[in-house]
Design a protein around this ligand. Structure first.
Ligand SMILES: *[C@@H]1O[C@H](CO)[C@@H](O)[C@H](O)[C@H]1NC(C)=O
Ligand SMILES: *[C@@H]1O[C@H](CO)[C@@H](O)[C@H](O)[C@H]1NC(C)=O
Ligand SMILES: *[C@@H]1O[C@H](CO)[C@@H](O)[C@H](O)[C@H]1NC(C)=O
Ligand SMILES: *[C@@H]1O[C@H](CO)[C@@H](O)[C@H](O)[C@H]1NC(C)=O
Length: 155
C-alpha cells in the first residue's frame, strides 16, 4: 500500500505556488509524500472537490465524488468522510487550523500504511484528486495515485 505518483498544479499564480511536490521512496514499502507550497493571498473561502478514481483502462470514477466548504469544515468537521481523510493527514501537515489560510502549506513525510485503510478495497491502482476552488474558479489540483495489493495471507 503505497503512493505511486503525485502531481500538483496551480492555476492561479496570485493565490498559490508550489515549491515542491514529490514522492520519496524511503524503503520498499514506504513512499513519503512531500508538498511545500505558499498561499499568497489570504484564503477565507475555499471549496474542496474530492474524487477517487480506480484504474481500469484509464482512471474511472470510483466510490467517492464530493464537494464541501473547506473553511466551514475546519470549524465544524461537518463532512464525515473528509474528516476521516483529514485525521489521517493532519499530523503530517500544517493544515490543522481554521481559516484564513495564508503562508506556507506543508505536507511532510506522509506515507500510506495498511492501518489507514478506511474500508476494504480490491487490489489495484487508485487516484485521489483534490481540487480547490475559490469563487467557483479552479485554483489548484493535487492528484495522488497509490497502489494497493491485498495481502492474501492475512485472510
Ligand atoms: C488530476 O486528475 C484529474 C482527473 O483525472 C484531471 O482532470 C486533472 O487534469 C489532473 N491534474 C493534473 C495536474 O494532472
Ligand atoms: C486568482 O485569485 C485571486 C484571489 O487571490 C482572484 O482575485 C482571481 O480572480 C483569481 N483568478 C483566477 C483566474 O482564478
Ligand atoms: C518550502 O519552500 C520554501 C521556498 O523554497 C523554503 O523556503 C522552505 O524552507 C520550505 N519549507 C520546507 C518545510 O521544506
Ligand atoms: C487540531 O488538532 C487538535 C489536537 O489534535 C484537535 O483537538 C483539534 O480539533 C484540531 N483542529 C482541527 C480544526 O481539526
Amino acid at each position: 500500500f503505497r503512493f505511486s505518483n503525485l502531481v500538483c498544479e496551480s492555476y492561479n499564480a496570485t493565490t498559490f505556488v508550489f515549491h515542491q511536490c514529490r514522492l520519496k521512496a524511503v524503503s520498499r514499502d514506504r513512499v513519503d509524500m512531500n508538498v511545500n507550497g505558499t498561499i499568497l493571498s489570504s484564503i477565507n473561502d475555499v471549496t474542496l472537490h474530492i474524487r477517487v478514481f480506480k484504474r481500469e483502462n484509464g482512471f474511472k470514477p470510483w466510490l467517492f465524488n464530493f464537494k464541501f466548504d473547506g473553511c466551514r469544515f475546519m470549524r465544524k468537521n461537518y463532512v464525515g468522510i473528509a474528516k476521516l481523510m483529514f485525521n489521517i493527514l493532519k499530523d503530517f501537515s500544517n493544515l490543522n487550523h481554521t481559516c484564513p489560510y495564508v503562508g506556507p502549506l506543508i505536507v511532510q513525510g506522509f506515507y500510506l500504511r495498511p492501518e489507514l485503510l478506511l474500508l476494504p478495497i480490491p487490489t489495484g491502482e487508485y487516484m485521489i484528486a483534490v481540487r480547490w476552488f475559490y469563487n467557483d474558479m479552479l485554483q489548484c489540483d493535487i492528484n495522488m495515485t497509490f497502489v494497493y495489493v491485498e495481502d492474501i495471507k492475512a485472510r
